[in-house]
Design a protein around this ligand. Structure first.
Ligand SMILES: [Zn+2]
Length: 231
């Protein structure tokens, strides 16, 4: 195999190393927490907290109703047991009972409103939990795919690196240096020759250069310095 063909193969390997290396970097950056999952977890936790607060309010309201009801019962017993005869005192007692009944009815309205909010929030929590479960399942699957991809890419890269070392061992180090130097400047060191043109710079090549390149000798394009390769 001519040295130019070896350099061309080296370049193919370098290109594959680069594209697979980029793919690996991209996949690796996607590993880890997913912002959507994190956000959904935070939202669900704040809904749970809201529910706890509502239940606490509900309990307070129920205690208040119980308290008022027992006060009303006591006062009503006093009103009807016949021990109080004074009409003014009886009227005052009735007035106090009416006031407590109004307050109790307000507390019952409040308790009902809180109960509705509890039901509403429990519904929200069920929806949010399902959404989180779906997101977590999707995320887990995505992470599994990513892990598989990463393992495959690492194998590909290690195979390519081995091939690269094998080819490098066969090429004169000075020529490898030349290849690396042009690669650094131009991105690709080897250019195919196509219809008498260097495909690196699109300049038509002199016949003498074409002939030497065709024979497999190492010839650099007189215009862009790339190493010319006949496929
Ligand atoms: Zn050129």
């Amino acid at each position: 195999m001519s040295v130019v063909k070896q350099l061309y193969q080296l370049q193919e390997i370098d290109l594959q190393l680069e594209s697979n290396g980029q793919a690996l970097k991209q996949r690796t950056s996607q590993l880890g927490e997913n912002p959507d999952v994190v956000k959904a977890r935070v939202e669900l936790s704040s809904q749970h907290q809201h529910l706890e607060e509502l239940k606490h309010q509900q309990l307070s309201a129920e205690w208040e109703i119980g308290d008022l009801t027992s006060k009303i019962t006591t006062l009503e017993q006093k009103l009807y047991d016949g021990k109080i005869k004074n009409p003014k005192e009886l009227a005052n007692l009735q007035h106090e009972i009416d006031g407590l009944k109004t307050k109790c009815s307000q507390s019952e309205d409040k308790a009902l409103e809180i109960m509705n909010q509890v039901e509403f929030t429990e519904g929200d929590i069920a929806t949010a939990s399902n959404r989180l479960k779906t997101l977590e399942a999707e995320w887990q699957l995505q992470q599994q795919h990513l892990t598989t991809d990463i393992e495959q890419l690492e194998t590909i890269l290690s195979d390519l690196e081995q091939k690269r070392q094998l080819i490098l061992a066969e090429i004169d180090p000075q020529i490898v240096d030349l290849y690396q130097e042009i690669k650094k400047q131009k991105g690709a060191a080897v250019a195919r020759v196509d219809q008498g043109m260097c495909r690196g710079c699109r300049i038509s090549l002199p016949i003498s250069e074409l002939q030497r390149a065709r024979s497999g000798s190492l010839v650099q394009c007189s215009s862009c310095r790339r190493i010319l390769f006949f496929a």
